[in-house]
Design a protein around this ligand. Structure first.
Ligand code: BYC
Length: 323
């Protein structure tokens, strides 16, 4: 092929890709895609997968200290669901031609991120409820639109994940409702957890739109469907009435209903704190990565055994095909 013919062919592929996006149809792994689209998806999906796996730690710490057998079973199931979400997402990333071992390596070397929210400590059992209510609530706001993301495997993984996140959010809220019907000490624990998790939860949506380098391109490619600020606003509108029903105060003196706009006004999160946490300087970053690294090393024999088993199965299948 001449250089000019090569350029025409590339141009054709690109036009077909753009047309698929503009018709709101899905890009699938077999389809041609621009290198930037593939890289952006790997970055976002891997970061999302890592968040699910690292996100098992703050709540997992409470499994052995759950206040009843029922609460222990619920928390166990929730943390296991998060492992499952991580696996669907790593599988979605693998369809882009990168394997999970490489992604884990990038996480452990600090070359890929995970959500800032999981770098805060869980100090009481009320934190388990507030994580369900706020963190899974924020996850739902952010992820329901991702069910319409332009990349097929990511969008499909999101459908199941969102169903489970919705159950997680309700279990958190139900736990808090139970505590609010309890003693004064329990109500204080809930309010304290709300005070500590509110601002970090708002930061989960990312930097403000005018400081979000990836948003414009990700929205043009329909990977992201809404901007960071738009989703943050939706979360606040959704959560304020739930806080009133629960009987807790959200720690923001600027929070009020704006009749004219039909939305709540609210204060600005401390985005310099977000930057610090993302750069590795949050309260628990070192501990979270160290724990992940230890779990990865402890799991080496499982991966080796699984690979040996898969190789044996493949060899047996080849022998049977020849016989
Ligand atoms: N934390 O240009 P921007 C869960 C990074 S799991 C850390 O706006 P983008 C759950 C960003 O990556 C929740 N980093 O980026 C699990 C970028 O850096 P790089 C995880 C953040 O991608 C267990 C830079 O800042 N959810 O719900 O357009 C239990 C500039 O940002 C954060 C997802 O991953 C942050 N908060 O938008 C319970 C959802 N914010 O990569 C619950 C999928 C920003 O260029 N991800 N950064 O080095 C997304 O929707 C988008 O990636 C984001 C960021 C909205 C997070």
């Amino acid at each position: 092929m001449t250089e000019a013919a090569g350029r025409d062919a590339e141009h054709d592929l690109e036009s077909r890709f753009e047309a698929t996006i503009s018709r709101d149809q899905r890009i699938e792994p077999r389809d041609w895609m621009p290198e930037g689209y593939r890289r952006t998806l790997i970055r976002q999906i891997a970061q999302h997968a890592h968040s699910e796996i690292i996100g098992m730690q703050p709540e997992g710490e409470w499994i052995t200290r759950a206040p009843s057998l029922r609460r222990k079973a619920i928390l166990f199931a929730k943390v296991q669901d998060e492992a499952g979400h991580g696996l669907y997402l790593y599988s979605a990333a693998e369809t882009l031609g990168i394997d999970r071992a490489e992604l884990t390596e990038r996480l452990l070397e600090g070359r890929q991120k995970y959500s800032s929210i999981f770098n805060y400590p869980t100090l009481s059992y009320a934190d388990v409820g507030v994580i369900g209510w706020f963190v899974d609530g924020a996850a739902i706001c952010n992820q329901v639109p991702l069910c319409r993301s332009s990349y097929g495997p990511y969008a499909r993984a999101m459908v199941r994940i969102c169903k489970e996140e919705s159950f997680h959010q309700r279990q958190g809220y139900e736990l808090l409702m139970t505590m609010m019907r309890g003693t004064d000490a329990q109500r204080e624990m809930v309010q304290d957890a709300v005070d500590r998790w509110w601002w970090p939860s708002l930061m989960m949506f990312g930097p403000p739109d005018d400081d979000s380098p990836n948003s414009a391109q990700s929205m043009a490619w329909k990977i992201k469907r809404h901007s960071n600020d738009e989703l943050r606003r939706r979360f606040v509108d959704m959560t304020v009435p739930q806080a009133a029903k629960l009987g807790v105060t959200l720690p923001d003196p600027e929070l009020r209903w704006n009749e004219e706009r039909g939305h709540h006004d609210f204060g600005t999160p401390d985005f310099s704190e977000l930057k610090e946490v993302i750069s590795g300087n949050g309260p628990c970053n070192t501990e979270r990565i160290e724990r992940r690294r230890a779990a990865h090393e402890e799991g080496a024999w499982v991966r080796a055994a699984a690979s040996a088993h898969a190789a044996k199965q493949a060899a047996r299948a080849r022998e049977e095909a020849v016989a």
